[in-house]
Design a protein around this ligand. Sequence first.
Ligand code: PEP
Ligand code: MG
Length: 584
Amino acid sequence: MTFSLHGVGVSRGIAIGRVHIVERNRLEISEYRLQASEVDAEVERLMSAVAQAKHHLREIRDHIPTSTSTDISTFIDTHLLMLDDAAFTDEPARIIRKKLCNAEWAVRLQRDALVAVFDEMDDSYLRTRKDDVDHVVDRVLRNLLRHAPLGHEVPDRRLKDMIVLADDLNPADLILLQHHGVAGFVTEYGGPTSHMSILARSLGIPGVVGVHHARRYVVDDELLIVDGDDGVVIGGADQKILDQYRERQNRRRDYLAGLQVLKSEAAVTSDGQAIRLHANVELPEECESVHDAGADGVGLYRTEFLFMNRSGYPDEDEHFNTYRQMIDALDNIPITIRTVDIGGDKPLDALTASGSLAANPALGLRAVRLCLREPSLFWPQLRAIIRVSAYGPVRMMIPMLSEIDEVHQVMDIVGTIRNEFSRRGIAYEKMPIGGMIEVPAAAICAEDFARELDFLSIGTNDLIQYAVAIDRVNDEVSYLYDPLNPGVLRLIATSIAAGRKLGIPVAMCGEMAGDTRYTRLLLGLGLEEFSVHPTALLEIKHILKSTSAREAKVLAQKLLRTTAPARRKELLASLVAPSNLLPT
Ligand code: PEP
Ligand code: MG
Protein backbone atom coordinates (compact mmCIF):
# COMPACT_ATOMS: atom_id res chain seq x y z
CA MET A 1 0.00 0.00 0.00
CA THR A 2 1.27 3.43 -0.88
CA PHE A 3 1.86 5.85 2.00
CA SER A 4 3.37 9.27 2.27
CA LEU A 5 5.16 10.94 5.17
CA HIS A 6 5.60 14.68 5.38
CA GLY A 7 8.49 16.78 6.57
CA VAL A 8 10.50 19.76 5.38
CA GLY A 9 12.32 19.47 2.06
CA VAL A 10 15.76 20.94 2.68
CA SER A 11 17.58 19.99 -0.46
CA ARG A 12 15.87 19.91 -3.83
CA GLY A 13 15.53 17.01 -6.19
CA ILE A 14 14.09 13.51 -6.13
CA ALA A 15 15.83 10.37 -4.94
CA ILE A 16 14.48 6.85 -5.41
CA GLY A 17 16.15 3.92 -3.71
CA ARG A 18 16.07 1.22 -1.09
CA VAL A 19 16.23 2.47 2.44
CA HIS A 20 18.96 1.84 4.96
CA ILE A 21 17.75 2.66 8.46
CA VAL A 22 20.44 4.05 10.70
CA GLU A 23 20.04 3.64 14.41
CA ARG A 24 21.53 6.74 15.89
CA ASN A 25 19.42 6.85 19.00
CA ARG A 26 21.00 8.59 21.92
CA LEU A 27 23.63 6.35 23.40
CA GLU A 28 22.83 4.91 26.80
CA ILE A 29 25.24 6.50 29.24
CA SER A 30 25.43 5.44 32.85
CA GLU A 31 27.60 6.70 35.67
CA TYR A 32 29.96 4.57 37.70
CA ARG A 33 32.44 5.45 40.39
CA LEU A 34 36.17 4.95 40.10
CA GLN A 35 38.84 4.22 42.68
CA ALA A 36 41.39 7.04 42.95
CA SER A 37 43.98 4.62 41.54
CA GLU A 38 41.87 4.17 38.34
CA VAL A 39 41.62 7.86 37.49
CA ASP A 40 44.77 8.20 35.40
CA ALA A 41 43.81 5.25 33.22
CA GLU A 42 40.32 6.67 32.77
CA VAL A 43 41.69 10.04 31.63
CA GLU A 44 43.94 8.11 29.24
CA ARG A 45 40.87 6.26 27.90
CA LEU A 46 39.13 9.62 27.31
CA MET A 47 42.13 11.05 25.46
CA SER A 48 42.42 8.05 23.21
CA ALA A 49 38.69 8.26 22.36
CA VAL A 50 39.20 11.92 21.42
CA ALA A 51 42.28 11.05 19.37
CA GLN A 52 40.33 8.31 17.57
CA ALA A 53 37.54 10.78 16.79
CA LYS A 54 40.09 13.19 15.32
CA HIS A 55 41.70 10.44 13.30
CA HIS A 56 38.35 9.42 11.87
CA LEU A 57 37.39 13.01 10.99
CA ARG A 58 40.73 13.57 9.25
CA GLU A 59 40.14 10.39 7.28
CA ILE A 60 36.78 11.73 6.12
CA ARG A 61 38.30 15.08 5.23
CA ASP A 62 41.04 13.47 3.20
CA HIS A 63 38.47 11.56 1.17
CA ILE A 64 36.41 14.57 0.18
CA PRO A 65 36.49 14.80 -3.60
CA THR A 66 38.32 17.95 -4.75
CA SER A 67 35.26 18.98 -6.76
CA THR A 68 33.26 19.32 -3.54
CA SER A 69 32.50 22.75 -2.08
CA THR A 70 34.98 24.10 0.46
CA ASP A 71 32.13 24.44 3.00
CA ILE A 72 32.47 20.76 3.61
CA SER A 73 36.04 20.67 4.77
CA THR A 74 35.17 23.72 6.86
CA PHE A 75 32.52 21.70 8.69
CA ILE A 76 35.05 18.95 9.39
CA ASP A 77 37.68 21.49 10.44
CA THR A 78 35.17 23.02 12.83
CA HIS A 79 34.67 19.66 14.52
CA LEU A 80 38.41 19.00 14.58
CA LEU A 81 38.99 22.38 16.22
CA MET A 82 36.36 21.56 18.80
CA LEU A 83 38.11 18.27 19.60
CA ASP A 84 41.31 20.25 20.18
CA ASP A 85 39.55 22.61 22.54
CA ALA A 86 40.01 22.29 26.30
CA ALA A 87 36.22 22.07 26.59
CA PHE A 88 36.38 18.58 25.08
CA THR A 89 39.59 17.39 26.69
CA ASP A 90 40.75 19.21 29.84
CA GLU A 91 37.29 19.85 31.19
CA PRO A 92 35.98 16.24 31.04
CA ALA A 93 39.36 15.12 32.44
CA ARG A 94 38.93 17.55 35.32
CA ILE A 95 35.41 16.17 35.93
CA ILE A 96 36.75 12.60 35.99
CA ARG A 97 39.36 13.59 38.59
CA LYS A 98 36.99 15.65 40.67
CA LYS A 99 33.94 13.36 40.66
CA LEU A 100 35.84 10.07 40.33
CA CYS A 101 33.43 9.13 37.57
CA ASN A 102 33.74 7.29 34.26
CA ALA A 103 34.79 9.14 31.09
CA GLU A 104 31.39 8.70 29.38
CA TRP A 105 29.65 10.36 32.29
CA ALA A 106 32.16 13.22 32.37
CA VAL A 107 31.70 13.82 28.65
CA ARG A 108 27.94 13.80 29.05
CA LEU A 109 28.08 16.32 31.95
CA GLN A 110 30.35 18.60 29.94
CA ARG A 111 28.06 18.27 26.90
CA ASP A 112 25.05 19.36 28.99
CA ALA A 113 26.96 22.40 30.29
CA LEU A 114 28.00 23.46 26.79
CA VAL A 115 24.56 22.93 25.30
CA ALA A 116 23.01 25.03 28.08
CA VAL A 117 25.22 27.93 26.94
CA PHE A 118 24.16 27.50 23.30
CA ASP A 119 20.50 27.27 24.29
CA GLU A 120 20.73 30.70 25.82
CA MET A 121 22.18 32.27 22.71
CA ASP A 122 20.24 35.03 21.11
CA ASP A 123 20.70 34.09 17.50
CA SER A 124 18.86 31.19 15.90
CA TYR A 125 21.79 30.42 13.61
CA LEU A 126 24.23 30.17 16.50
CA ARG A 127 21.79 28.19 18.56
CA THR A 128 21.83 25.49 15.89
CA ARG A 129 25.59 25.25 16.53
CA LYS A 130 24.76 23.18 19.58
CA ASP A 131 24.21 20.43 16.98
CA ASP A 132 27.96 20.60 16.41
CA VAL A 133 28.61 20.01 20.11
CA ASP A 134 26.28 17.00 20.03
CA HIS A 135 27.88 15.57 16.93
CA VAL A 136 31.38 15.86 18.37
CA VAL A 137 30.27 14.42 21.71
CA ASP A 138 28.52 11.57 19.91
CA ARG A 139 31.74 10.68 18.12
CA VAL A 140 33.75 10.58 21.35
CA LEU A 141 31.08 8.60 23.18
CA ARG A 142 30.85 6.05 20.38
CA ASN A 143 34.57 5.50 20.66
CA LEU A 144 34.37 5.15 24.43
CA LEU A 145 31.50 2.69 24.10
CA ARG A 146 33.08 1.01 21.08
CA HIS A 147 30.10 1.73 18.81
CA ALA A 148 30.86 2.00 15.13
CA PRO A 149 30.42 5.47 13.68
CA LEU A 150 27.77 5.90 11.02
CA GLY A 151 28.56 4.38 7.67
CA HIS A 152 31.22 2.04 9.01
CA GLU A 153 28.76 -0.66 10.00
CA VAL A 154 27.86 -1.43 6.39
CA PRO A 155 30.10 -2.02 3.42
CA ASP A 156 30.40 0.94 1.01
CA ARG A 157 28.60 -0.79 -1.83
CA ARG A 158 25.59 -1.40 0.42
CA LEU A 159 24.96 2.34 0.75
CA LYS A 160 25.42 3.19 -2.90
CA ASP A 161 22.21 4.59 -4.39
CA MET A 162 20.36 4.01 -1.14
CA ILE A 163 18.22 6.34 0.93
CA VAL A 164 19.47 6.78 4.47
CA LEU A 165 16.81 7.18 7.13
CA ALA A 166 18.04 8.33 10.55
CA ASP A 167 16.77 10.10 13.60
CA ASP A 168 19.34 12.81 12.91
CA LEU A 169 22.48 13.26 10.85
CA ASN A 170 25.47 15.51 11.30
CA PRO A 171 27.55 17.20 8.59
CA ALA A 172 30.37 14.68 8.84
CA ASP A 173 27.86 11.83 8.45
CA LEU A 174 26.51 13.49 5.35
CA ILE A 175 29.95 13.78 3.79
CA LEU A 176 30.57 10.12 4.48
CA LEU A 177 27.20 9.25 2.98
CA GLN A 178 27.98 11.26 -0.10
CA HIS A 179 31.28 9.45 -0.35
CA HIS A 180 29.38 6.14 -0.28
CA GLY A 181 27.13 7.42 -3.07
CA VAL A 182 23.80 7.63 -1.22
CA ALA A 183 20.89 8.86 -3.31
CA GLY A 184 19.05 10.82 -0.61
CA PHE A 185 18.25 11.04 3.08
CA VAL A 186 15.40 11.42 5.52
CA THR A 187 15.70 12.45 9.17
CA GLU A 188 13.14 12.52 11.95
CA TYR A 189 14.46 15.73 13.45
CA GLY A 190 16.20 18.87 12.28
CA GLY A 191 15.29 22.10 10.58
CA PRO A 192 16.11 23.72 7.25
CA THR A 193 18.72 26.07 8.74
CA SER A 194 20.85 23.43 10.48
CA HIS A 195 24.44 22.97 9.31
CA MET A 196 23.49 19.59 7.90
CA SER A 197 20.66 21.06 5.79
CA ILE A 198 22.88 23.85 4.47
CA LEU A 199 25.46 21.24 3.56
CA ALA A 200 22.92 18.97 1.86
CA ARG A 201 21.93 21.86 -0.40
CA SER A 202 25.50 22.58 -1.29
CA LEU A 203 26.20 18.86 -1.99
CA GLY A 204 22.97 18.53 -3.97
CA ILE A 205 21.72 15.46 -2.06
CA PRO A 206 17.89 15.43 -1.99
CA GLY A 207 16.64 15.30 1.57
CA VAL A 208 13.64 15.72 3.84
CA VAL A 209 14.00 16.50 7.55
CA GLY A 210 11.56 16.62 10.46
CA VAL A 211 9.67 13.48 9.37
CA HIS A 212 8.59 12.55 12.86
CA HIS A 213 8.50 8.82 13.73
CA ALA A 214 9.50 7.88 10.16
CA ARG A 215 11.27 4.77 11.43
CA ARG A 216 7.97 3.43 12.74
CA TYR A 217 6.48 3.30 9.27
CA VAL A 218 9.43 2.31 7.12
CA VAL A 219 11.20 -1.06 7.10
CA ASP A 220 14.80 -1.66 6.14
CA ASP A 221 15.39 -2.21 2.43
CA GLU A 222 11.97 -1.08 1.22
CA LEU A 223 11.81 1.21 -1.79
CA LEU A 224 11.32 4.89 -0.95
CA ILE A 225 10.87 8.05 -2.95
CA VAL A 226 12.36 11.17 -1.34
CA ASP A 227 10.90 14.32 -2.79
CA GLY A 228 13.14 17.14 -1.58
CA ASP A 229 11.10 19.70 -3.53
CA ASP A 230 7.86 19.11 -1.66
CA GLY A 231 9.20 17.62 1.58
CA VAL A 232 7.46 14.28 1.04
CA VAL A 233 8.63 10.71 1.50
CA ILE A 234 6.64 8.04 -0.34
CA GLY A 235 6.73 4.31 0.42
CA GLY A 236 5.00 1.35 -1.22
CA ALA A 237 4.76 3.25 -4.50
CA ASP A 238 3.25 1.32 -7.42
CA GLN A 239 4.83 1.27 -10.85
CA LYS A 240 2.78 4.25 -12.04
CA ILE A 241 3.94 6.51 -9.20
CA LEU A 242 7.53 5.35 -9.63
CA ASP A 243 7.39 6.12 -13.33
CA GLN A 244 6.03 9.60 -12.63
CA TYR A 245 8.83 10.39 -10.21
CA ARG A 246 11.49 8.92 -12.52
CA GLU A 247 10.15 11.09 -15.28
CA ARG A 248 10.42 14.14 -12.99
CA GLN A 249 13.97 13.14 -12.06
CA ASN A 250 15.01 12.87 -15.71
CA ARG A 251 13.43 16.14 -16.67
CA ARG A 252 15.14 17.94 -13.84
CA ARG A 253 18.52 16.48 -14.76
CA ASP A 254 18.15 17.56 -18.39
CA TYR A 255 16.80 20.93 -17.35
CA LEU A 256 19.76 21.72 -15.07
CA ALA A 257 22.26 20.62 -17.71
CA GLY A 258 20.53 22.82 -20.27
CA LEU A 259 20.75 25.88 -17.99
CA GLN A 260 24.53 26.11 -18.30
CA VAL A 261 24.16 28.04 -21.55
CA LEU A 262 22.55 30.89 -19.59
CA LYS A 263 25.71 31.70 -17.63
CA SER A 264 26.85 34.50 -19.85
CA GLU A 265 23.38 35.76 -20.78
CA ALA A 266 21.79 38.80 -19.17
CA ALA A 267 18.83 38.33 -16.83
CA VAL A 268 16.12 40.12 -18.81
CA THR A 269 12.42 39.26 -18.72
CA SER A 270 10.59 38.31 -21.91
CA ASP A 271 9.27 41.88 -22.14
CA GLY A 272 12.66 43.46 -21.67
CA GLN A 273 13.00 44.28 -17.96
CA ALA A 274 16.55 43.88 -16.67
CA ILE A 275 16.91 42.13 -13.32
CA ARG A 276 20.03 42.03 -11.15
CA LEU A 277 20.99 38.55 -9.99
CA HIS A 278 23.30 38.48 -7.01
CA ALA A 279 24.68 35.63 -4.91
CA ASN A 280 24.60 34.91 -1.18
CA VAL A 281 27.96 33.95 0.27
CA GLU A 282 28.99 32.69 3.68
CA LEU A 283 32.66 31.93 3.19
CA PRO A 284 35.33 33.82 1.23
CA GLU A 285 36.12 30.61 -0.68
CA GLU A 286 32.70 30.74 -2.28
CA CYS A 287 33.66 33.71 -4.46
CA GLU A 288 34.67 31.23 -7.15
CA SER A 289 31.18 29.74 -7.37
CA VAL A 290 29.79 33.29 -7.59
CA HIS A 291 31.80 33.71 -10.79
CA ASP A 292 30.87 30.27 -12.07
CA ALA A 293 27.18 31.09 -11.72
CA GLY A 294 27.64 34.34 -13.63
CA ALA A 295 26.29 36.48 -10.76
CA ASP A 296 26.20 40.28 -11.09
CA GLY A 297 27.59 40.61 -7.59
CA VAL A 298 27.35 39.38 -4.01
CA GLY A 299 24.07 40.58 -2.55
CA LEU A 300 24.70 39.17 0.91
CA TYR A 301 28.01 38.24 2.49
CA ARG A 302 27.15 36.85 5.91
CA THR A 303 30.15 37.81 8.04
CA GLU A 304 29.10 35.63 10.98
CA PHE A 305 31.56 32.90 10.02
CA LEU A 306 34.44 35.26 10.79
CA PHE A 307 33.30 35.31 14.40
CA MET A 308 32.80 31.59 14.91
CA ASN A 309 34.93 28.94 16.56
CA ARG A 310 37.19 31.39 18.35
CA SER A 311 37.30 32.98 21.75
CA GLY A 312 37.67 36.67 20.83
CA TYR A 313 36.36 38.90 18.07
CA PRO A 314 38.31 39.40 14.82
CA ASP A 315 40.30 42.64 14.79
CA GLU A 316 40.12 45.39 12.18
CA ASP A 317 43.00 43.99 10.10
CA GLU A 318 41.56 40.51 10.00
CA HIS A 319 38.24 41.92 8.77
CA PHE A 320 40.06 44.13 6.27
CA ASN A 321 42.24 41.33 4.90
CA THR A 322 39.30 38.99 4.45
CA TYR A 323 37.20 41.60 2.64
CA ARG A 324 40.16 42.69 0.52
CA GLN A 325 40.82 39.10 -0.52
CA MET A 326 37.16 38.70 -1.50
CA ILE A 327 37.11 41.92 -3.50
CA ASP A 328 40.12 40.69 -5.45
CA ALA A 329 38.58 37.25 -5.99
CA LEU A 330 35.34 38.81 -7.22
CA ASP A 331 37.18 40.74 -9.87
CA ASN A 332 35.32 44.01 -9.68
CA ILE A 333 31.74 42.85 -9.27
CA PRO A 334 30.07 44.48 -6.23
CA ILE A 335 30.07 42.86 -2.81
CA THR A 336 27.49 43.62 -0.13
CA ILE A 337 29.12 43.09 3.25
CA ARG A 338 26.52 42.60 5.95
CA THR A 339 27.59 43.74 9.37
CA VAL A 340 27.58 40.84 11.74
CA ASP A 341 24.30 39.22 12.74
CA ILE A 342 25.05 37.25 15.89
CA GLY A 343 23.46 37.31 19.26
CA GLY A 344 25.45 35.27 21.66
CA ASP A 345 29.11 35.23 20.76
CA LYS A 346 30.34 36.70 24.02
CA PRO A 347 30.87 35.48 27.53
CA LEU A 348 27.84 34.25 29.39
CA ASP A 349 28.51 36.71 32.21
CA ALA A 350 28.29 39.64 29.85
CA LEU A 351 25.04 38.34 28.42
CA THR A 352 23.57 37.89 31.86
CA ALA A 353 24.70 41.34 32.94
CA SER A 354 23.12 42.94 29.91
CA GLY A 355 19.87 41.12 30.55
CA SER A 356 19.94 39.48 27.15
CA LEU A 357 19.26 35.93 28.25
CA ALA A 358 15.73 36.30 27.02
CA ALA A 359 13.29 33.41 27.17
CA ASN A 360 12.64 34.15 23.52
CA PRO A 361 16.06 34.65 21.98
CA ALA A 362 14.89 35.43 18.42
CA LEU A 363 13.41 38.57 19.93
CA GLY A 364 16.50 39.43 21.93
CA LEU A 365 19.82 41.17 21.57
CA ARG A 366 21.07 40.21 18.11
CA ALA A 367 22.49 41.76 14.94
CA VAL A 368 22.53 45.58 14.91
CA ARG A 369 21.10 45.70 18.43
CA LEU A 370 24.05 43.77 19.77
CA CYS A 371 26.52 45.68 17.58
CA LEU A 372 25.34 49.03 18.92
CA ARG A 373 25.64 47.70 22.45
CA GLU A 374 29.14 46.29 21.90
CA PRO A 375 31.57 48.79 20.32
CA SER A 376 34.46 46.32 20.57
CA LEU A 377 32.51 44.00 18.30
CA PHE A 378 31.17 46.59 15.87
CA TRP A 379 33.77 49.33 15.41
CA PRO A 380 36.63 47.17 14.05
CA GLN A 381 34.25 45.72 11.48
CA LEU A 382 32.91 49.14 10.45
CA ARG A 383 36.42 50.59 10.22
CA ALA A 384 37.52 47.67 8.03
CA ILE A 385 34.50 47.94 5.71
CA ILE A 386 35.05 51.70 5.33
CA ARG A 387 38.77 51.18 4.62
CA VAL A 388 38.16 48.41 2.13
CA SER A 389 35.67 50.59 0.21
CA ALA A 390 38.74 52.20 -1.39
CA TYR A 391 39.63 48.89 -3.07
CA GLY A 392 36.52 47.96 -5.04
CA PRO A 393 32.74 48.20 -5.36
CA VAL A 394 31.68 47.61 -1.75
CA ARG A 395 28.24 48.08 -0.22
CA MET A 396 27.58 47.83 3.49
CA MET A 397 24.34 46.37 4.83
CA ILE A 398 22.86 46.57 8.33
CA PRO A 399 20.76 43.58 9.50
CA MET A 400 17.63 43.43 11.67
CA LEU A 401 16.70 47.09 11.65
CA SER A 402 13.57 47.71 13.65
CA GLU A 403 13.56 51.48 14.15
CA ILE A 404 15.07 54.40 12.30
CA ASP A 405 17.16 55.48 15.25
CA GLU A 406 19.33 52.39 14.71
CA VAL A 407 20.20 53.77 11.27
CA HIS A 408 21.05 57.14 12.82
CA GLN A 409 23.32 55.53 15.38
CA VAL A 410 25.17 53.50 12.76
CA MET A 411 25.52 56.54 10.49
CA ASP A 412 26.94 58.57 13.40
CA ILE A 413 29.63 55.94 13.95
CA VAL A 414 30.35 55.74 10.23
CA GLY A 415 30.65 59.56 10.14
CA THR A 416 33.05 59.57 13.08
CA ILE A 417 35.26 56.92 11.48
CA ARG A 418 35.25 58.67 8.10
CA ASN A 419 36.23 61.98 9.74
CA GLU A 420 39.11 60.31 11.49
CA PHE A 421 40.23 58.63 8.25
CA SER A 422 40.03 61.95 6.37
CA ARG A 423 42.17 63.64 9.05
CA ARG A 424 44.74 60.87 8.91
CA GLY A 425 44.75 60.57 5.13
CA ILE A 426 43.36 57.01 5.12
CA ALA A 427 41.58 56.31 1.84
CA TYR A 428 37.89 55.40 1.64
CA GLU A 429 35.00 55.77 -0.78
CA LYS A 430 31.47 56.88 -0.02
CA MET A 431 30.06 53.40 -0.54
CA PRO A 432 26.31 52.74 -0.56
CA ILE A 433 24.96 51.85 2.88
CA GLY A 434 21.76 49.84 3.03
CA GLY A 435 19.64 47.99 5.52
CA MET A 436 17.78 44.72 5.79
CA ILE A 437 14.03 44.64 6.07
CA GLU A 438 13.37 41.61 8.22
CA VAL A 439 11.28 42.99 11.06
CA PRO A 440 7.60 43.68 10.22
CA ALA A 441 7.77 47.15 11.81
CA ALA A 442 10.59 48.07 9.44
CA ALA A 443 8.66 46.72 6.45
CA ILE A 444 5.60 48.78 7.38
CA CYS A 445 7.81 51.88 7.77
CA ALA A 446 10.05 50.98 4.83
CA GLU A 447 9.68 54.46 3.33
CA ASP A 448 11.34 55.98 6.41
CA PHE A 449 14.27 53.62 5.95
CA ALA A 450 14.37 54.20 2.20
CA ARG A 451 14.68 57.93 2.82
CA GLU A 452 17.89 57.50 4.83
CA LEU A 453 19.54 54.51 3.19
CA ASP A 454 20.99 53.81 -0.25
CA PHE A 455 19.32 50.42 -0.72
CA LEU A 456 17.14 47.90 1.08
CA SER A 457 17.28 44.11 1.09
CA ILE A 458 14.37 42.00 2.28
CA GLY A 459 15.40 39.15 4.58
CA THR A 460 12.44 36.83 4.29
CA ASN A 461 13.93 34.15 6.56
CA ASP A 462 13.42 36.44 9.51
CA LEU A 463 10.59 38.55 8.11
CA ILE A 464 8.40 35.46 7.81
CA GLN A 465 9.24 34.18 11.29
CA TYR A 466 8.40 37.54 12.85
CA ALA A 467 5.32 38.19 10.72
CA VAL A 468 3.78 34.78 11.35
CA ALA A 469 5.14 34.47 14.90
CA ILE A 470 6.92 31.14 14.58
CA ASP A 471 10.51 30.15 15.32
CA ARG A 472 12.24 29.52 12.01
CA VAL A 473 14.26 26.60 13.39
CA ASN A 474 11.37 24.85 15.12
CA ASP A 475 10.10 22.00 12.93
CA GLU A 476 6.92 21.69 15.05
CA VAL A 477 5.57 24.93 13.59
CA SER A 478 7.31 24.93 10.24
CA TYR A 479 3.96 24.25 8.50
CA LEU A 480 3.11 27.88 9.31
CA TYR A 481 6.34 29.15 7.77
CA ASP A 482 4.58 30.27 4.63
CA PRO A 483 6.06 32.88 2.29
CA LEU A 484 2.61 33.11 0.65
CA ASN A 485 0.86 34.19 3.83
CA PRO A 486 -1.08 37.31 2.72
CA GLY A 487 0.47 39.32 5.56
CA VAL A 488 3.97 38.40 4.43
CA LEU A 489 3.21 39.28 0.81
CA ARG A 490 1.89 42.68 1.81
CA LEU A 491 5.00 43.40 3.87
CA ILE A 492 7.16 42.49 0.87
CA ALA A 493 5.04 44.61 -1.48
CA THR A 494 5.18 47.58 0.92
CA SER A 495 8.98 47.35 1.13
CA ILE A 496 9.42 47.18 -2.64
CA ALA A 497 7.00 50.06 -3.19
CA ALA A 498 8.91 52.20 -0.66
CA GLY A 499 12.14 51.74 -2.60
CA ARG A 500 10.44 52.60 -5.86
CA LYS A 501 8.88 55.74 -4.38
CA LEU A 502 12.14 56.98 -2.91
CA GLY A 503 14.20 55.87 -5.91
CA ILE A 504 16.47 53.33 -4.23
CA PRO A 505 17.06 49.66 -5.15
CA VAL A 506 15.28 46.96 -3.16
CA ALA A 507 16.71 43.43 -3.21
CA MET A 508 15.63 40.21 -1.56
CA CYS A 509 18.28 37.96 -0.02
CA GLY A 510 16.17 35.55 2.07
CA GLU A 511 15.64 31.96 0.91
CA MET A 512 12.36 32.95 -0.76
CA ALA A 513 14.34 34.76 -3.46
CA GLY A 514 16.08 31.52 -4.42
CA ASP A 515 12.93 29.41 -4.54
CA THR A 516 11.76 29.08 -8.13
CA ARG A 517 8.15 28.65 -7.01
CA TYR A 518 8.11 32.32 -6.10
CA THR A 519 10.20 33.90 -8.86
CA ARG A 520 7.27 35.11 -10.98
CA LEU A 521 5.34 36.28 -7.95
CA LEU A 522 8.31 38.33 -6.71
CA LEU A 523 8.83 39.79 -10.15
CA GLY A 524 5.14 40.64 -10.15
CA LEU A 525 5.53 42.36 -6.79
CA GLY A 526 8.17 44.56 -8.44
CA LEU A 527 11.38 42.93 -7.21
CA GLU A 528 14.33 43.85 -9.43
CA GLU A 529 17.23 42.34 -7.50
CA PHE A 530 17.38 38.72 -6.34
CA SER A 531 20.21 37.50 -4.14
CA VAL A 532 20.34 33.69 -4.00
CA HIS A 533 22.63 30.74 -3.33
CA PRO A 534 24.95 30.42 -6.35
CA THR A 535 23.50 26.99 -7.23
CA ALA A 536 20.00 28.49 -7.62
CA LEU A 537 21.01 31.41 -9.78
CA LEU A 538 20.68 29.94 -13.26
CA GLU A 539 17.27 28.45 -12.53
CA ILE A 540 16.02 31.84 -11.40
CA LYS A 541 17.50 33.46 -14.47
CA HIS A 542 15.79 30.90 -16.69
CA ILE A 543 12.39 31.62 -15.17
CA LEU A 544 12.89 35.38 -15.33
CA LYS A 545 13.77 35.18 -19.01
CA SER A 546 10.61 33.25 -19.75
CA THR A 547 8.33 35.61 -17.82
CA SER A 548 6.58 38.77 -18.86
CA ALA A 549 7.10 41.23 -16.01
CA ARG A 550 4.03 43.16 -17.12
CA GLU A 551 1.76 40.09 -16.90
CA ALA A 552 3.27 38.99 -13.58
CA LYS A 553 2.59 42.46 -12.15
CA VAL A 554 -1.08 42.37 -13.16
CA LEU A 555 -1.52 38.96 -11.52
CA ALA A 556 0.43 39.92 -8.39
CA GLN A 557 -1.59 43.11 -7.92
CA LYS A 558 -4.81 41.11 -8.21
CA LEU A 559 -3.45 38.64 -5.68
CA LEU A 560 -2.72 41.39 -3.16
CA ARG A 561 -6.31 42.61 -3.44
CA THR A 562 -7.93 39.17 -3.27
CA THR A 563 -9.00 37.52 -0.05
CA ALA A 564 -11.17 34.64 -1.33
CA PRO A 565 -9.03 31.50 -0.83
CA ALA A 566 -10.15 29.80 -4.05
CA ARG A 567 -9.36 32.84 -6.19
CA ARG A 568 -6.02 33.34 -4.40
CA LYS A 569 -5.13 29.74 -5.18
CA GLU A 570 -5.97 30.28 -8.84
CA LEU A 571 -3.88 33.45 -9.03
CA LEU A 572 -0.97 31.81 -7.25
CA ALA A 573 -1.13 28.84 -9.61
CA SER A 574 -0.92 31.18 -12.58
CA LEU A 575 2.14 32.82 -11.01
CA VAL A 576 4.09 29.58 -10.63
CA ALA A 577 6.50 28.99 -13.45
CA PRO A 578 5.61 25.71 -15.15
CA SER A 579 9.31 24.99 -15.55
CA ASN A 580 9.60 24.68 -11.76
CA LEU A 581 8.15 21.22 -11.45
CA LEU A 582 8.01 20.04 -15.02
CA PRO A 583 10.98 21.60 -16.73
CA THR A 584 10.90 21.16 -20.47
C1 PEP B 1 17.03 36.59 6.26
O1 PEP B 1 16.65 36.71 7.42
O2 PEP B 1 16.27 36.38 5.29
C2 PEP B 1 18.48 36.67 5.96
C3 PEP B 1 18.92 36.68 4.72
O3 PEP B 1 19.32 36.71 7.02
P1 PEP B 1 19.75 35.41 7.87
O4 PEP B 1 19.15 34.20 7.20
O5 PEP B 1 21.22 35.41 7.88
O6 PEP B 1 19.14 35.70 9.19
MG1 MG C 1 18.00 37.49 8.90
